[in-house]
Design a protein around this ligand. Structure first.
Ligand code: TYM
Length: 329
């Protein structure tokens, strides 16, 4: 049997190249070697207020994008978190074995909480739900970007704590980062991670941005005061652009260095923009086709949910038994 993979993306906002290079591109590559479950985590999205109509539309858009980037529903399962009730059920059971102190230490919680007027309990529980997503399917591998590493460590801690309290129950999962592109930075501010919630018009490149917009954003990307690429003194802005180039082209390090050493920033940016456009164009074309067929997308979600629901149910039953909750003998 192939090892199982689980990963997820929130359906709030639009997907950017950080999400693609940090996670989705990797998801596509590994789908032949693993049994993959890729999840649209709508229950995570509502940990901060979402406009209901926008959230609903965002879920469908994301499902179409999963298909457009190349996730093949014949090989991998594409599912919506709230359509399998085991996620929420297991999250509660895991909440009861998770010390609050572990959750209060999470850097994403601290960042997000600082931006809210009222902090919902869901924001604190967020990583427990994430642990439930992964443990529900006994996933061995979780391909994510670097910003999720702390949450994955917590998932391992929760699994180990549960196993030591109630006996071996969960597989303790491993984190899988991409070799290039695990942390794509904002184009307007290369000291901060590219993020869906940043507001600057030139911060992120979205997967559905038209070519002209991509060129404009990259030409405006922040670099430094040097005129040309110097690998001995690579500023964060240029380093980020070269990472984006390398992640899209999959060129080896040496080839990137030879090609860009001494190249002026203007020329470098033009080449980066063209690499991004070439990488995104086929995705955009497929997206236009797939998103027009809403019935097909809904059908994929239904079929995949039906395929994986028994795995989730088996885990929930096992956890109930382990904890002494009521199950039919
Ligand atoms: P989310 O929706 O914020 O991001 C989805 C994926 O994109 C990666 N990512 C990045 N990678 C590189 N550079 C960036 N600037 C960048 N920004 C985001 C993230 O690391 C992630 O892999 N909590 C998760 C969703 C989730 C999940 C899970 C993931 C819920 N349950 C279970 C794995 C397993 C999140 O909010 O991702």
């Amino acid at each position: 049997m192939k090892p199982r993979v689980f990963s997820g993306v929130q359906p709030s906002g639009s997907l950017h190249i950080g999400n693609y290079l940090g996670a989705l591109k990797n998801w596509v590559t590994i789908q032949d070697d693993y049994e993959c479950i890729y999840c649209i985590v709508d229950l995570h999205a509502i940990t901060v207020y979402q406009d209901p109509a926008e959230l609903r539309a965002g879920i469908e858009r994301l499902a179409a994008l999963f298909l457009a980037v190349g996730i093949d529903p014949a090989k991998s399962s594409i599912m919506v978190q709230s359509s399998v009730s085991g996620h929420a059920e297991l999250a509660w059971m895991l909440t009861c074995v998770t010390p609050v102190g572990w959750l209060e230490r999470m850097t994403q919680y601290k960042d997000k909480a600082a931006r809210q007027k009222t902090v919902g309990d869901g924001l604190l529980q967020y990583p427990v739900l994430m642990a439930a997503d992964i443990l529900l399917y006994q996933a061995q591998i979780v391909p994510v970007g670097e910003d999720q590493v702390q949450h994955l460590e917590l998932t391992r801690d929760i699994a180990q704590r549960f196993n030591s309290l109630y006996g071996e129950t969960f597989v303790v999962p491993e984190t899988k980062l991409p070799t290039v592109g695990a942390r794509i930075m904002g184009l307007d501010d290369p000291e901060t991670k590219m993020s869906k919630s940043a507001t600057g018009a030139y911060h992120a490149i979205y997967l559905l941005d038209p070519p002209e917009m991509i060129r404009k954003k990259i030409m405006r990307a922040k670099t430094d005061t040097q005129p040309a690429v110097d690998f001995d003194h690579l500023g964060p802005g240029v380093a980020n652009l070269l990472t984006i180039f390398q992640a899209f082209t999959e060129w080896p390090d040496e080839k990137v260095r030879r090609h860009f050493a001494g190249k002026r920033y203007g020329e470098t940016k033009k080449e980066v923009a063209e690499a991004v456009i070439a990488g995104l164009e086929p995705i955009q074309q497929r997206y236009r086709k797939i998103s027009a067929d809403r019935a097909y997308v809904a059908d994929v979600l239904d079929r995949c949910a039906a395929r994986i629901r028994p795995i989730a149910e088996e885990t929930v039953q096992l956890v109930k038994k382990r904890m002494g909750l009521y199950t039919r003998a």
